[in-house]
Design a protein around this ligand. Sequence first.
Ligand code: ATP
Ligand code: MG
Ligand code: MG
Ligand code: MG
Length: 439
Amino acid sequence: MRLSRYFLPVLKETPSDATIASHRLMLRAGMIRQQSAGIYSWLPLGYRVLKNIERIVHEEQQRAGHIPMLMPTLQSADLWRESGRYDDYGEEMLRITDRQGRDMLYGPTNEEMITDVFRSHVGSYKDLPMTLYQIQWKFRDEVRPRFGVMRGREFLMKDGYTFDLTVEDGLHSYNRHLVSYLRTYERMGLQAIPMRADSGPIGGDDTHEFLVLAETGESEVFYDSAVTDIKLGQRDIAYDDVDQCRAVMEEFTSRYARTDETHDADLFAQVPEDRRRVARGIEVGQIFFFGTKYSESMGALVVNDKGERVPVQMGSHGIGVSRLLGALIEANHDEKGIIWPEGVTPFPVGIVNLKQGDAEADAACDALYKSFSALGLEPLYDDRKERAGGKFATMDLIGLPWRITVGPRGLKNGVVEVTSRRSGESEEMTPELAVETIA
Ligand code: ATP
Ligand code: MG
Ligand code: MG
Ligand code: MG
C-alpha cells in the first residue's frame, strides 16, 4: 500500500476524552472513529488489525474442530421468552420493535438462537459432539461505554457453542476450548491467564475468564505469580485426546488465579507470600459449561443409544475480538505509539523514502516493495513528499514491527537502514539482506 493513496487520518492532538493509552493511540493512529457512545467505525488501519485477529481466531477454532457459521444480529424476543431471559437480561439489551409491532432485539449473545438452530436440525446422539461458532457483532447497552473498543456497546465477539451427550463429553469440550484459547492468545503475542470466574446471567458452575494483566484493566485479580510462568508454546495438541486436554487445563488452572467476583481470601493466604499478586486485568474471553440450562427450557433433546430423549449438554465460549485490539495495545506500546506483535500487525513492514522524487531512492523503494509483495508481504510505503521527521513519527505511531529507511546517502554505499520498532535498534544493510531479515 502506498501511503499517498491510503486513508490514514492520523491525529496530531491527543483526544481529550481518551484516558487510557490504547484508546488514545487507536484514535491518533486513525484506526477508529466514534459514531455514537460505544459505537465505532473501523477505519482502514484498524480494520486490517481486526481482520488479522479474526483470522487467527478462525484458524485456531477450526484447528480444534469447531465449525464456523453466521447468525443474524437481530433476534426475535420470542426465543428469549422461551429461555426466560427476555425479562431477566435487563437494560443491557437493546430492544427494538419492527413495523408489524413484533418485539426484536440486537443480540447481546446467542445461546437461545443457537439452541433453536440445534433443536430444529439435530435429534440424535450420533451427530454429537458438535461445536458451532461464529464471529459476529453484539450489542450491549453498557451503562458506561468507555476506553474505546475495550468497552463498546457494539462489539465483535467470537461465540462458540458446544453440544454433547454426556457431562464428561461436555467437560472435554470445555477443556478443548481452554486449550484453543491459550493457543489463540499466544499466537497474538499476548499472555491471557485463565482465572476462575463467576458465571453471571449465562449461568453454570464451570467457568474461567481469560485475563490480560494491565494496570488499566477493569477487573481486580488475585493470583499466584507462578501462573505467569506457564506457556503453551509449540506443544502438539491432539484436540480429541481427552486426557491431554484435561492435563493442560489442570496445569493452567491448578494455581490460585481468581477475579474479585470469586476471590477467596483464605485460599489466597495459602499461596506463598512472595508469590501472591494483586493486580488488574482485561477480560479477553470466557468459557462456560452450563449443562442443560437452555436445552431443557427450550426443548433441545437428542435420542441417546438407549432410545431415550435427553436434553443436550451445552457450553458457550466467547472471545472479545474487538476488545483484543485494546488489550494488545495496552500490552504493547511506548511513548511514541503502538508496537504491534508480528501476528496481528496491519502491515509487516514500513518503507520510508527520505527523498521522494529522487530517481534512485524511488527506484530502490519500488524494488523493495516488489520483493516483499512477491513473498506475500504487503509493505506500507510512505511515498509522500513530507519531512523525514514526520514520516518517522507516523511510522512509530502506527507501530509496524519493521521500518526500512531509504535515502540517497545510504544508497551511494549500497545500503538501507532497517529499524526494529520494539528495540529501536537500527542496522544498515543491503536491500536484499533487509528483505531476508524481515521476511
Ligand atoms: P465484562 O465483564 O467486561 O462486562 P462480560 O463478562 O459481560 O464482559 P461475556 O459475556 O463473557 O462478557 O462475553 C465474552 C467476551 O466478550 C468477554 O470476555 C469480552 O472480552 C468481550 N466483551 C464483553 N462485553 C464487551 C464490551 N462491552 N465491549 C467489548 N468487548 C466485550
Ligand atoms: Mg458485561
Ligand atoms: Mg465479565
Ligand atoms: Mg465474561
